[in-house]
Ligand binder design. Structure first.
Ligand code: ATP
Length: 247
């Protein structure tokens, strides 16, 4: 089975308001899928349902074929997550943070897994430094190491490069791309940076008002819809979702 994540007819209502309105999509192994959309489109709500933090109103989410609602712990054991707003405890060192999270995930041979990740993310020199003292770029590397600690098959990245300078962001994108290809991970990536989406994503989903209006290769989507850039396409969808969705 090549699909890591399958989302089927997912809805989330807050009272009468639909934050997510019947979306279906999949993420395959070795694939990075961008989840794009204007503020309030429903991206975080979708991610929180996949993580089992929010309960869907209706619809199903399967990770490696396991239903997140009915087989939650097994589905989430092979999932992990990172986001700019989910910072690590600043008073713990890099090593302590990784150890603590590895214990939560019950990672086997945790010490050697931590050593692997410290080497992979060039963090050995920061092993005993408190996370609160690290720069944004260094903290992002620790967050990614933390996100890989349980060798996830599905990785959810909510604006992983949002606080980084262009050079650090490029490096992080290359690192994520490399382990996605090497380790057979499927990645769902939210970003407001259209350059980044074109650079790193194999496929993009455009969400607006809780619905997927467009899906395709971010490198060719603009031309297919008569636009010169992904940013121009994004702005059109954000302003006139019904017009473009009807094409
Ligand atoms: P952003 O890019 O700004 O982070 P988003 O695409 O992640 O936006 P969501 O946070 O998923 O958007 O919000 C989708 C819609 O659901 C918004 O209109 C938001 O106001 C609404 N919403 C989210 N959480 C709640 C809640 N707990 N109660 C009521 N409405 C909510």
């Amino acid at each position: 089975m090549n699909k890591v994540l399958s989302v089927d007819s997912l809805h989330k209502f807050y009272g009468a308001k639909a934050a997510v309105s019947g979306i279906s999509f999949e993420v395959a192994r070795n694939e990075i899928v961008g989840l794009l959309g204007p503020n309030g489109a429903g991206k975080t709500t979708t991610i929180n349902m996949i993580l089992g933090v929010l309960e869907p109103t209706t619809g199903t989410i399967r990770i490696e074929g396991r239903d997140v609602t009915t087989d939650r712990s097994r589905a989430l054991a092979c999932t992990n997550f990172t986001a700019v707003y989910a910072t690590l405890p600043g008073n713990l060192t890099v090593y302590q943070n990784l150890r603590f999270l590895g214990m939560i995930y019950d990672v086997k041979q945790l010490s050697s897994r931590i050593e692997e990740l410290l080497a992979q993310f060039d963090l050995k020199v920061f092993r005993n430094v408190k996370c609160g003292l690290l720069s944004s770029g260094e903290q992002t590397r620790v967050q990614l190491a933390k996100a890989l600690i349980n060798r996830p098959h599905l990785l959810l990245l909510d604006e992983p490069t949002a606080s980084l300078d262009p050079s650090a962001a490029r490096e992080i994108r290359a690192t994520i791309r490399a382990f996605t290809m090497r380790d057979g991970v499927g990645v769902l990536w939210t970003s407001h940076n259209m350059y980044e989406v074109q650079d790193v994503c194999d496929r993009a989903l455009f969400l607006s008002h809780g619905k997927i209006l467009l899906e395709g290769d971010p490198k060719t989507l603009p031309q297919e819809h008569g636009k010169t850039s992904l940013e121009e396409l994004f702005i059109t969808i954000a302003r006139e979702p019904l017009t473009l969705g009807a094409e």
